[in-house]
Write a protein that binds this ligand. Structure first.
Ligand SMILES: [Zn+2]
Length: 344
């Protein structure tokens, strides 16, 4: 009788040393054991057969363990604190639906592009500012009653004059900075021409036409001999480009502390000939405020109002876009509703 225990140890050793361990099951020693079963007496056959089967089972288990060992690939360790290797290939990103620009972002780019073709540079505003830029530099001295028309949010922190910082209620806060930044151009005989399309804030009760956060485009143009006719022509040209059709415009006297004279600017309704819901059947839309820059505003930027004049305007971007696309509720813009955003 063969020594099955010795054979088991030998075969197991062979499995552990093999790169293809399942081959060991085909070893001639095992085949011989099975052949031997048939030659035995019936009295011995059952017990011997059981031992051979146990041997085979033991070898199969050793093979499975050895195969698992061979399948295990050791990966180099990752140092998660190491600085990123800029030469390494980028990891594949998780699959995600491709996003799109917010309609206001896209329209602001369009507005900048139209004014850019007219020679205006685009400047950014800021979301926290001081009261000097919100009021004093724009000819609203302390205690001026018109300050009350610009009810916005304030911080607990204060500026150098111990006044609370504010969330700008209009992009006119950038007039003084823009005039100072570009005033050297005037001496070289070039105009200052800039727009500031950015976010502004008001302490409003929300409804379909009022948001606490919205967008405004400020425009300023300063040079020698600038007059109100140039203001009207510039705005008319812009609006005709934006709405893609010829428009009539109308200016009515108005009041702002930072322009003199000041106007309210209306355009013929781009959507109808005889009255519609957008223009409340009037065929005219009061769109924006504008005027000739007040001499005090130029003086605050060290520009001589005896030599240079300029115009300024401020227009709500949300309103422009709502009219363009027939959007009925300003609150859609900040709602993050995909049903709304996917229409653009
Ligand atoms: Zn209309």
């Amino acid at each position: 009788m063969p020594d099955i225990e010795l054979l088991e140890r030998q075969l197991t050793a062979r499995v552990h040393a093999s790169a293809q361990p399942s081959e060991v099951l085909r070893a001639p020693e095992i085949r011989q054991l099975y052949a031997q079963i048939r030659t035995l007496d019936a009295s011995q056959r059952a017990e011997f057969g059981a031992r051979v089967n146990a041997l085979k089972l033991s070898i199969e288990q050793a093979i499975a363990a050895r195969q698992a060992e061979l399948d295990y690939v050791e990966l180099p360790p990752i140092d998660v604190t190491a600085p990123m290797d800029v030469n390494a290939a980028l990891p594949a990103l998780l699959p995600a639906e491709q996003g799109s620009q917010h309609p206001l972002t896209r329209e602001i780019a369009r507005i900048s592009e139209i004014f850019g073709r007219m020679g205006f540079v685009t400047e950014q505003s800021r979301e926290i500012d001081d009261q000097y830029h919100m009021f004093e530099s724009l000819n609203f001295p302390k205690g001026h009653p018109a300050r009350d028309d610009y009810d916005t949010f304030m911080t607990v922190e204060t500026d150098r004059e111990q006044e609370p910082l504010i969330a700008p209620a209009h992009t006119s806060t950038m007039q003084n900075r823009t005039l100072v930044k570009y005033r050297d151009q005037l001496e070289r005989g070039e105009a200052i021409a800039a727009i500031v399309p950015d976010r502004v804030f008001r302490n409003e009760d929300l409804d379909a036409r009022h948001e606490h956060t919205f967008y405004q485009v400020e425009g300023i143009y300063v040079a020698r001999g600038v007059h109100a006719g140039m203001l009207v022509a510039t705005l008319k040209k812009f609006l005709e480009e934006y709405y893609g059709r010829q428009l009539e415009v109308r200016v009515n006297p108005f009041y702002f502390p930072f322009t003199e004279p000041s106007f309210e600017f209306a355009l013929s309704c781009p959507f109808c000939e005889h009255g519609c819901n957008v223009c409340s059947q009037s065929k005219w839309i009061e769109l924006l405020g504008c005027g000739m820059i007040h001499p005090n505003v130029l003086r605050a930027a060290d520009i001589d109002p005896e030599v240079y004049t300029g115009f300024a305007f401020g227009c709500g971007i949300d309103r422009l876009v709502m009219m363009k696309y027939g959007i009925e509720d300003v609150r859609h813009f900040e709602s993050a509703k995909l049903d709304f955003l996917r229409q653009f």
